[in-house]
Design a protein around this ligand. Structure first.
Ligand SMILES: Cc1cc2nc3c(=O)[nH]c(=O)nc-3n(C[C@H](O)[C@H](O)[C@H](O)COP(=O)(O)OP(=O)(O)OC[C@H]3O[C@@H](n4cnc5c(N)ncnc54)[C@H](O)[C@@H]3O)c2cc1C
Length: 467
């Protein structure tokens, strides 16, 4: 479905900029239909709106060069990481140039003594962790896709570990970015904390490429814990699972991961990942600490779960079993799609204060039943964050309409509970109306910031806010 937008194309400017970039970048500039389409939105229900050209950059200076050409000719710029975003973030409603940062994938420095590293934006989270393997350190943010760190910063991503280690907003120490006029700025130094001026790092984190192009990031790292254990526990119903999560977090057990999968999602994971867990609402868990600490945490959790009817709680410190469990969790999206072959997932996420989690998930399940949709639920529930993937035939307008209704109801319910229409996927094109509902007058302040930094509205126009 195409999203209506009042943005118009600057045909002459685009043609001129494309000519300049083609000459300057040669084979690293493409206008092929396949490449352009792959750089628009490809993951969900939102119709692909490709850019006019794609430039594959190698350095901050090259990004600045491209931005200056586009600024001079009033041409939109859409930064591209790995293309895994879910809300139409990469579409080019007014055309323009996609800057593909995937070849900027060097790990520039690791400072084990300071627990940080410096990377280019095209490094993916898996590549960083492979590089860190022998250092005793790791980078904890793990969205389901192997996304780029520049893209993850730009969507303020999180994942299964956020309950313990925070989201991208907590783990980026500074950024280098090319601003809409081509200026190159570094937002902070490498110190762990600073009260020096406006927090430009956090302004750019979550900006979805609408304020500048990130070309370098300094990230916090964590020490790999002495012991890690993982567990699985099934429940009679989703409320019992959610209430266990609430009690566990309130009791102060420092959960590293606590993930909910509903009955349908468990059926999908069992089939897709060749597991044989009970087909019931289930929590996947992970505990980090000393050997004695993880044992104690697991036992405490087991006691709480039992109070809420949790059964079959088993836990292991065995590396291979843990890896299998979390691979299944990370494959949950693909497992869900395989429940109804030929369909695509209309994926949405919401986040509420933890005390409202059970109510919000129950209300969502009632909506799914009422609308007659097949829509498994998974969630990083330790944060009050959950995802729903409605499996629909994208060519069937009635199904699409129902999925949109579901997404609208989930957002409205979460906002009504003092929560948010997106805990981690971002706004892009798809959730702009919900952002209006959620923050109302604050959007005028966002518009003022956007106009001040990007007066020509060339940085990823049509995303987050309508100007
Ligand atoms: C199977 C699956 C599971 C997922 N699970 C999660 C999850 O658990 N948690 C979660 O948070 N998300 C999840 N996502 C969504 C997605 O992976 C994240 O939004 C991710 O952060 C996007 O990174 P990317 O590199 O793919 O960025 P892209 O999709 O390429 O870009 C995303 C946005 O960031 C901008 N951007 C990209 N790079 C830069 C840059 N260097 N400078 C400025 N702007 C830039 C783009 O213009 C765009 O607006 C999932 C997606 C899929 C397909």
């Amino acid at each position: 479905m195409a999203i209506a937008d009042a943005l118009s194309r600057n045909e002459d400017g685009i043609a001129t900029a494309l000519g300049i970039l083609a000459q300057r970048f040669g084979e690293r500039f493409s206008t092929s239909a396949a490449v352009r389409e792959q750089h628009g939105h490809t993951t969900t229900w939102i119709t692909n709106q490709p850019p006019d050209g794609v430039v594959f950059v190698h350095s901050t200076e090259e990004v600045a060069e491209v931005v200056r050409v586009c600024a001079e000719h009033h041409v939109p710029i859409i930064p591209f990481g790995t293309g895994s975003s879910l809300e139409g973030h990469l579409n080019a409603p007014a055309g323009g140039v996609s800057i593909d940062l995937s070849a900027m994938n060097r790990i520039l420095a690791v400072h084990p003594e300071d627990l940080d590293c410096v990377v280019e934006p095209g490094v993916t989270r898996k590549k960083l962790n492979e590089h860190l393997r022998d250092t005793g350190l790791f980078f904890p943010i793990d969205p389901g896709a192997d996304a780029s760190l520049g893209g993850m910063a730009s969507t303020r991503a999180s994942g299964t570990n956020a309950v313990r280690y925070g989201t991208m907003k907590d783990n980026v120490l500074n950024l280098t970015a090319v601003m809409p006029d081509g200026a190159i700025v570094r937002t902070a130094q490498r110190a762990k904390k600073t009260s020096a001026g406006y927090d430009l790092t956090r302004l750019l984190v979550g900006a979805e490429g609408t304020l500048g192009v990130i070309t370098e990031l300094t990230l916090r790292l964590q020490g790999i814990p002495e012991a890690i254990s993982a567990g699985v526990c099934s429940f009679p119903d989703v409320e019992s699972a959610c209430n266990t999560v609430i009690a566990t977090i309130q009791s102060g057990i420092p959960m590293a991961r606590i993930e909910l999968l509903d009955t349908l999602q468990m059926r999908a994971c069992n089939a897709y990942s060749k597991l044989d867990y009970p087909e019931a609402p289930t929590l996947f868990l992970e505990f980090h600490g000393t050997t004695a600490g993880v044992k104690e945490q697991a036992e405490l959790f087991g006691e709480i779960a039992e109070e809420f009817g949790g059964g079959n709680f088993s836990w292991t410190t065995h590396q291979e079993d843990r890896a299998k469990l979390w691979q299944a969790r990370h494959d949950a999206y693909w497992a869900a799609i395989s429940l109804r072959p030929g369909t695509k997932a209309f994926a949405t996420d919401a986040c509420v204060p933890l005390s409202r989690l059970a109510d919000c998930v129950r209300g969502t399940m009632d909506d799914i039943a009422e609308l007659g949709l097949i829509a498994p639920i998974v969630g990083h529930v330790g944060d009050g964050n959950f995802h729903v993937s409605a499996l629909i035939d994208m060519n069937d307008p009635a199904e699409l309409e129902k999925a949109q209704q579901l997404s609208a109801r989930i957002s409205a319910r979460a906002i009504g509970m003092d929560g948010t229409c997106t805990g981690e996927h971002g706004i892009g094109q798809g959730k702009r109306a919900y952002l209006e509902q959620e923050l109302g007058p604050a959007l005028d302040v966002m518009r003022a910031v956007k106009r001040a930094i990007d007066p020509q509205n060339i940085m990823n126009p049509g995303k987050i806010i309508r100007l």
